[in-house]
Ligand binder design. Structure first.
Ligand SMILES: [Zn+2]
Length: 167
């Protein structure tokens, strides 16, 4: 059982939280003052960790090997490659494209003092190379990429966009 307090009269209200699904929003009515108030059940997700902010979104264009999908870019190293069983990279692509390596390229997101993200692309290295706007990257290249840039790995095309939404 969980105990909550009425926001109006501070009456203690007991309820069985195990009856309700995590993340569900419930409406209570205070038995003392009849005030109705809303409470969201904590979800399992809330207890584990805060969701890391997303700074960029890579849209992977649909082709013969894969469906359209989106890769969310977080601060730090975003390692992109073909998803395989047991792979531990943080940005796997669901694809059957054999020319995409299981670790193919990396986008590093760094924040400046104002908290603005900078996106830096490099090849992992991969067998077939990483292309930025149709130019292949050299092994030592670390290139800053921006909104609208097109990255090609294997037969796949990915387009970067910023996650500008302020909500
Ligand atoms: Zn009350």
């Amino acid at each position: 059982m969980k105990r909550i307090r009425c926001p109006k009269c501070d009456e203690a209200i007991l309820f069985d939280e195990t009856k309700y699904a995590p993340g569900r929003s419930l409406v209570f009515e205070c038995p003392s003052c009849n005030k109705q108030f809303r409470l969201r059940m904590p979800s399992a997700h809330d207890e584990t960790e805060e969701e890391a902010p997303v700074y960029g979104i890579l849209t992977v264009v649909e082709n013969a090997f894969q469906l359209k999908q989106e890769i969310l870019l977080h601060e730090g190293e975003n390692v992109i490659g073909r998803e395989v069983r047991g792979s531990s990279i943080n940005c796997p692509i669901k694809t059957v494209d054999p020319s995409i390596d299981t670790t193919h390229c990396i986008i590093s997101v760094k924040l400046n003092r104002q908290g603005e993200p900078k996106f830096i692309l490099r090849d992992a290295p991969s067998g077939t190379g990483t292309f930025l706007n149709a130019e292949i990257l050299g092994d030592r290249d670390r290139v800053t990429i921006a909104e609208g840039d097109i990255i090609t790995i294997g037969a796949g095309t990915m387009i970067l966009r910023y996650n500008d939404s302020e909500d």
